[in-house]
Design a protein. Structure first.
Length: 377
């Protein structure tokens, strides 16, 4: 039996390693030094880390000194939410109800969550009201783009309100690089989170980008690397890959129009062919690459398994919740009925996605969504 060709449409879970990142990592394997060592091998490793720091800073419109390398987006979010709260003396923290679990898990209070509308967008007027009645200063964490639906948050507007109230703003921008132009200044936030593997870099490396003057209490103590903000010998190979991936972001942004047009074509065909199909967050400003769609009657897991048998990789929601049977907290916060949430899948396109991939997906998906596909999945 020949294996079906792999059609990878799960770019919000992770993206394929780019050739640029792979080449930079291969070169870094040849550098034996520890970046903290004074000798030439150490200095060579340090040069790789600092070159990557410049590239990551440029991607976020920040200065190299503002970049703290971490072991991924999850750690950067924890560093922001625990470390900024402590170091800046915040008396409360808030986040939206649709944040990634790595943000939500750091909230200590049930009152910490900001409601969203039916498109998953934060209710700014409600936030303004909340800010009036909160102890100050407050840290507010709002993501730039949602990993499940692609919906964008009005981060700049939120940042303005929070700053007027004397608070601080953190933005989980993990899903944005290469899909949306942004910078620390254009968002007006104090800190933002990045993760290399969402734009062609390796998994397990990320950064918290913090504006100058902001302090962060480290999550753990040690050798004082990263200006005492994140101890531990730097992941030189991963960081080199992160930097190389950051340099490809302008190229990735130039593919956005093509990706959006493929996305629109897929959504139009689904709506035409599958009665009752619902595209979530359709009326929100969205990432160009993300489709979150429910169809009546066919469970998400069934769809994902049947698509996998056809060689198509998609997800039942966020990568972190795939494998679990729990329903998406994002769709729940948007007020989507449980029966519809239980049939949602996420299809996320990437720079490599072609029209042939989109057509192959539709050819497999439409019979599955109509409940006409065979098999016991
Ligand atoms: N934030 C968002 C919005 C994400 O989509 C993810 C990963 O799925 C993370 C944070 C966590 O990043 P990492 O996988 O690098 O820990």
């Amino acid at each position: 039996m020949t294996r079906p060709q792999l059609i990878y449409l799960d770019h919000n879970a992770t993206t394929p390693l780019s050739p640029e990142a792979k080449a930079a990592m291969s070169a870094a394997f040849e550098v034996p030094g520890n970046p903290s060592s004074i000798h030439r091998a150490g200095r060579a490793a340090r040069a790789l880390v600092e070159d990557a720091r410049e590239a990551v800073a440029a991607l976020a419109g920040a200065k190299p000194a503002d970049v703290v390398f971490t072991a991924g987006g999850t750690e950067a979010n924890a560093l922001a939410l625990r470390g900024l709260v402590r170091a800046m003396g915040c008396r409360a923290a808030l986040c939206s109800m649709v944040e990634h679990p790595s943000v939500i898990a750091n909230m200590t209070d049930v009152e910490s969550f900001l409601a969203v509308d039916a498109n998953g967008v934060v209710d700014v007027a409600a936030l303004q009201q909340r800010l009036k009645n909160m102890p100050s200063p407050v840290l507010v964490s709002v993501m730039l783009a949602n990993n499940e639906t692609g919906a964008l948050q009005p981060v700049a507007e939120i940042a303005r309100l929070v700053h007027e109230a004397g608070g601080y703003v953190h933005c989980d921008a993990v899903q944005a690089p290469g899909r949306l132009s942004f910078s620390l200044a254009s968002l007006g936030v104090d800190a933002l989170t990045l993760s290399a593997h969402k734009f062609g870099g390796p998994k397990g490396v990320g950064a918290l980008v913090m504006r100058a003057g902001l302090k962060v209490t480290p999550l753990f103590e040690g050798g004082g690397q990263e200006k005492s903000r994140r101890s531990g010998t730097e992941n030189v190979i991963g960081i080199a890959g992160f930097g190389a991936a950051a340099k490809t972001v302008p190229q990735r942004l130039s593919a956005v129009a093509k990706i959006a047009s493929l996305r629109d074509g897929i959504e139009a065909r689904i709506v035409q062919s599958v009665p009752g199909a619902v595209i979530h967050a359709k009326s929100a400003a969205r990432l160009p690459n993300t489709i979150c769609v429910s169809v009546p009657g066919v469970a998400s897991q069934t769809q994902v398994i049947q698509l996998d048998l056809a060689g198509v990789c998609v997800s039942t929601g966020s990568a972190c919740s795939s494998g679990k049977i729990s329903l998406s907290h994002v769709l729940k916060a948007m007020g989507v009925a449980d029966e519809l949430t239980a049939t949602a899948i996420r299809v996320s396109l990437g720079v490599e996605t072609t029209e042939a991939d989109a057509n192959a997906f539709l050819e497999s998906y439409i019979p599955i969504a109509l409940g006409q596909a065979g098999g016991n999945a």
